[in-house]
Design a binder for this molecule. Structure first.
Ligand code: KDG
Length: 339
């Protein structure tokens, strides 16, 4: 047998010996999941991603590892959404409001004053209507797992307290990149300026905008109190976050792996809502202690705000579909003791 032939036979034998080891090595190499989010690690959003990561690693015996990447290091919501659709990133949590450009039914959750309290929000979001809205995502390349709580949104600005609608006149107010928010605050008299969350602090600091609106948790964790004097409690809309997976990647997982992610998402949802509500209960006192001047919008002014925004609601109904709109209104009426 020639030297070449002997070498080839030896190489083939070595490869046959090493193949099972390579397969075992492949088996124990953990599946890495890049999970992007926009707030910082110390925020309620960051804390919940950490819980999700711990649950996944524990349930998979270390075979699935979540790399939590916060502070919009993977880009703003809209950029991460595209990365998931393209399969360049596995998971994210972000605002439903920034998803409307991809899935129009998500605009349902932008409806001003849709929910009166967290119980209504949990019941609708975790029930058949919330699932129906989520079921529109796979055709767009995304899979929604659960809704987390961003929370009821309130106004801050550097100019004056908002005690009546007219106090919004001329305020340059940053809003999320979403037409309902844009239309709503234009209707209320503000000069609405859409910006990604990642640019918000510097826009406030440089006075590019006078104000913004976010839940008190975010006002605290993003230190907006350093660049905003006035906090006016309006609770003008309940804002959900949504935990999503790239469908391209999801479809390649085993049923067991998919169940691990869904179970961990549900556990992190329950943690996140409890954690967010406990933090929100302390937040007004914390923000006052940090120098913010806090006022509550009087009920009569909130009623005026609702009335002014009814035409925005009509456009939402038309956009998400009147069946979904009417089903939601009926479910809420039933929850509130109506027929
Ligand atoms: O990644 C940031 C998003 O989670 C966004 O929802 C935060 O509420 C937010 C805003 O105002 O952009």
């Amino acid at each position: 047998m020639t030297l070449l032939r002997r070498s080839l036979v030896a190489a083939a034998a070595a490869a046959a010996l090493l193949a099972p080891l390579a397969a075992v090595a492949q088996d124990i190499k953990p599946r890495l999941i890049r999970f992007g989010y926009g707030l910082n690690e110390q925020s309620n959003q960051g804390r919940a991603v950490k819980i999700f990561a711990e649950q996944v690693e524990k349930a998979s015996g270390g075979k699935m590892r979540v790399r939590a990447i916060g502070a919009a290091a993977l880009g703003p919501d809209v950029q991460m959404q595209q990365a998931l659709i393209g399969g360049a990133q596995e998971m994210m949590v972000g605002s439903t409001a920034t998803l409307v450009g991809i899935s129009k039914e998500m605009a349902l959750w932008d409806t001003p004053f849709l929910f009166n309290n967290a119980k209504e929000a949990d019941t609708i979001l975790d029930g058949p209507i919330g699932q129906k809205v989520m079921d529109k995502l796979p055709e767009k390349g995304l899979v929604g797992l659960v809704y987390w709580e961003n929370g009821f949104r309130n106004l801050t600005n550097s100019k004056r307290p908002v005690n009546k609608l007219e106090d919004l006149d001329g305020i340059k107010l940053r809003v999320m990149q979403n037409n309902v928010y844009l239309d709503s605050f234009k209707t209320l008299g503000a000069n609405a300026v859409p910006l990604p969350f990642s640019e918000l602090f510097s826009a406030l600091e440089t006075k590019t905008v006078d104000g913004q609106e976010n839940p008190v948790n975010t006002i605290l964790s993003s230190k907006f109190f350093e660049v905003q004097k006035y906090l006016s409690v309006t609770n003008h809309v309940y804002s959900p976050w949504i935990v999503m997976v790239s469908k391209k990647w999801w479809d390649g997982l085993s049923k067991d792996e998919q169940k691990i992610l869904l179970d961990a998402a549900r556990a992190s949802r329950d943690f996140e809502r409890k954690d967010t509500r406990e933090e929100a209960a302390r937040a007004l006192a914390d923000l006052k202690a940090k120098g913010m001047q806090v006022n509550e919008l009087p009920a009569a002014e909130a009623a005026r705000m609702r009335d002014k925004l009814t035409k925005v609601n009509a456009s939402i109904g038309a956009s998400v579909g009147m069946d979904l709109w009417n089903e939601t209104q009926a479910a809420l009426a039933k929850l509130r003791g109506g027929k």
